[in-house]
Design a protein around this ligand. Structure first.
Ligand code: DC
Length: 230
């Protein structure tokens, strides 16, 4: 029996990665962090000193580079040509650059087939901004996670505390809102729930509670379709 394709979209700081990784582990389904691919492109663009608005230069750079996602335990990595990147992709500089280059339609078109390659009979849990709306439009389970801006800023701030890029809560909140605004208002695949997505407000929920809510959704869906994740 083919395994499920599950999409988890939502704004920055909502807790998508924690929930998606934990579900992937529990269901034994591969995990795709699409943001890591946008970050890898941003890293290459930044390394080559290309302007983040120069779509033609960015695309020709993308076409001459290989990007391969790898997950080992909790650590999301991307191999850019022969360089394996992990923490380098989550600096505030790359976060800003990824947010800028992800507005470009050609960058999105370049990454889309690469992301789809991760969806097959083994199933996938894909997290991002447009997984349910553009990349895995036929996914059996689509979830859109949301939470109040203040709780997302708080979660993101706590996450950054454990990294090299710790900044104040105020700056974290401001950057998060700017990124959010860019993601929601861009013309190409803006952040929004798919029409067939289940929206979960996680403001008052812990990560395990969100995981349980999604597992209940899966169970309900399997019950309706006779599908099995085994
Ligand atoms: O999920 P993340 O914060 O690591 O994503 C980094 C940036 O990439 C984010 O600002 C928006 C962009 N992104 C996107 O446009 N579409 C996706 N599916 C995933 C990420």
């Amino acid at each position: 029996m083919n395994k499920l394709t599950i999409t988890i979209d939502g704004p920055a700081g909502v807790g998508k990665s924690t929930v998606a990784k934990s579900l992937a582990k529990y269901l034994e389904i591969p995990y795709l962090n699409s943001g890591a691919l946008y970050r890898a492109v941003a890293w290459k663009v930044s390394k080559q000193g290309v302007d983040s608005d120069d779509e033609d230069a960015i695309i020709s750079l993308c076409k001459s580079t290989t990007f391969v996602l790898a997950v080992s335990d909790d650590c999301q990595a991307v191999a850019v040509d022969n360089t394996r990147l992990t923490r380098e992709l989550w600096t505030s500089h790359i976060t800003l650059m990824a947010s800028k280059i992800s507005r470009l339609p050609d960058v999105r078109s370049f990454l889309r087939p690469l992301q789809r390659k991760y969806g097959n009979d083994n199933g996938v849990i894909a997290e991002g901004r447009d997984m349910g709306t553009h990349v895995f439009t036929d996914a059996e389970i689509k979830v859109f996670l949301d939470a109040s801006p203040s709780i997302r800023a708080r979660r993101r701030f706590l996450e950054l505390q454990h990294s090299d890029t710790a900044v104040s809560q105020e700056i974290t909140a401001k950057e998060l809102m700017e990124r959010d605004n860019r993601d929601r208002t861009r013309h190409s695949a803006p952040l929004r729930p798919a029409s067939d997505a289940t929206i979960i407000d996680t403001t008052d929920l812990s990560a395990p509670q969100v995981v349980d809510t999604i597992l209940a959704l899966i169970k309900q869906k399997n019950h309706q379709t006779g599908h099995s994740t085994d």
